[in-house]
Each structure stands twice: as structure tokens, then as C-alpha cells.
Design a protein around this ligand. Structure first.
Ligand code: JCQ
Length: 238
């Protein structure tokens, strides 16, 4: 029986986070006591009358920088020796399925810092943050959206969140390092487009072989960068 995963998100937009996490699969995981989400409002940790969370950069230049005092106070209000503090930023290491697996397997408390504008004061990165994560090479207005992506990918891997075999099956295609093969369901012909004959053959060896070929073709056409690292096994390489 694995312990509950606690997830704290430090943001100036706590309602954005609640909107997503209070629906669907994330809602069910929380209701089942498998995960606990908390939005930490950064403004609650400001001490000036205007609730200032950011300021102009020393040395000049455009944009605003998130101030260290409220961010340290907010994170330290929930941090324990077991916490992993993650900064969402385009400058971070690109988030992959292996990172989702690592957080799901190894962590009991995740604290996400959601930056915005030009970023955060460098002292936050240096002495508050354990890991800087990017969800891809683009810039968002607000790190909450990026944190939500990571939270979803991690939460679905926790034991009990998805039904029985779902994770094993679905993850296998990803951890094999190849893209998924084409899938079909009824009807057997739709608007003149037939389902490949082999899928009706009942020959599971031949079907597995066909699917592996399709995965290889699709991966080489769309994501040749993945081909170096893919793992051959009995599941995808008959
Ligand atoms: C995360 N991919 C894009 C934007 C600066 C902390 O510094 C910044 C954070 C953001 C928000 O996150 C992203 C992002 N992964 O834009 C600018």
C-alpha cells in the first residue's frame, strides 16, 4: 500500500489550478485519497500593503522578476525534508515519461513553483529549487499550465488512479520507445475505408508482427530521433 502523494502548487493564480484538478480523473484520485492537491496563494505570503510578488530587474531591461521573500516564505510554509521543489520554466530540463515515472515512484511530496513574466530571482533557483522542468520549447504566460501537465502525467501513474491494466498497457508503448501502432474499432468499413485484413485473421503472432512494423514505420516517419533508444522486447518485437 503506497502512501498518499501530496502536491502543493505555489502560484498567484490558485483558481486556475483548482479548475483543472477539481474535474475528471484528478478529482477521482483526490476523492479516493490517493493524492492531495493544494494551491498555495503566493499573495498570502507578501508583507507589503500592495501584495507585491514581482519587481523590476536590477540592471534594467524589460519585464518583471518574481521576488524572493514571498516565494521563500510560501515554499517554507509547506516544505519538509521529503519535499521535492520543482520550478516550471522553459529553461528547465525537458519533461519526459521517464520523469513522470520517477516522480510517481520516488516522491511523496511535490512542490511546484509557477513562474511567469521574465522569470524568478536567481536566488530562488539557487537555494530553494531542486529541479527545473520544462514541458517544451515554447513560452507560456504562466507556469500553472505547465505544472498542471506534469501533475496529470504523474498522478495517473500512482497506484490505483487508473483502473487495473491501463497503465501497464499504455505505458509499454511509451517505454518501448516507439510510437503507437494504428488502432481500429467497428465498423470494419467506414466511408469506403476498410480496416486492414490482418486484424481479422485471428493470428496473434502475425498481428503483433504487423503492429511492430507499423510502429517502426510511424516512428521513423515522425520521430526518427526516438529510434536510437527503443527497446526491443517480446511485447513489441515478435
Ligand atoms: C514551462 N515550458 C514552458 C515563463 C519564465 C520561471 O520562469 C518562467 C516561467 C514561465 C512559465 O513556464 C513556461 C514553460 N515549460 O512558459 C517564463
Amino acid at each position: 500500500m503506497s502512501e498518499i502523494l501530496k502536491i502543493d502548487v505555489v502560484t498567484i493564480f490558485p483558481q486556475m489550478l483548482n479548475g483543472f484538478l477539481q474535474e475528471s480523473m484528478m478529482k477521482r484520485a483526490a476523492a479516493a485519497g490517493l493524492v492531495e492537491f493544494r494551491a498555495i496563494n503566493l499573495r498570502d505570503f507578501t508583507t507589503d500593503k500592495h501584495n507585491t510578488t514581482d519587481d523590476r530587474p536590477f540592471g534594467g531591461g524589460p519585464g518583471m522578476v518574481m521576488k524572493p521573500e514571498p516565494m521563500f516564505a510560501a515554499v517554507e510554509s509547506v516544505k519538509t525534508p521529503e519535499s521535492r521543489v520543482i520550478l516550471m520554466t522553459p529553461q528547465g530540463k525537458t519533461f519526459r515519461q521517464a520523469d513522470a515515472r520517477r516522480f510517481a515512484d520516488e516522491c511523496s511530496h511535490l512542490i511546484f513553483i509557477c513562474g511567469h513574466y521574465e522569470g524568478v530571482d536567481e536566488r530562488i533557483r539557487e537555494s530553494l529549487v531542486d529541479e527545473e522542468i520544462s514541458i517544451g520549447d515554447y513560452v507560456l504566460t504562466n507556469g500553472v499550465l505547465a505544472a498542471t501537465v506534469v501533475i496529470d502525467a504523474v498522478t495517473r501513474l500512482r497506484p490505483g488512479v487508473l483502473g487495473g491494466g491501463e497503465v501497464a498497457t499504455e505505458d509499454e508503448s511509451f517505454s518501448s520507445g516507439l510510437l503507437e501502432y494504428p488502432q481500429y474499432t467497428r465498423p470494419p468499413e467506414f466511408r469506403g475505408m476498410p480496416v486492414p485484413e490482418i486484424l481479422f485473421s485471428g493470428d496473434h503472432g502475425k498481428i503483433a508482427e504487423w503492429r511492430y512494423g507499423q510502429s517502426l514505420k510511424r516512428t521513423s516517419e515522425r520521430r526518427a530521433d526516438l529510434l536510437g533508444g527503443h527497446r526491443k522486447n517480446s511485447e513489441n518485437n515478435p
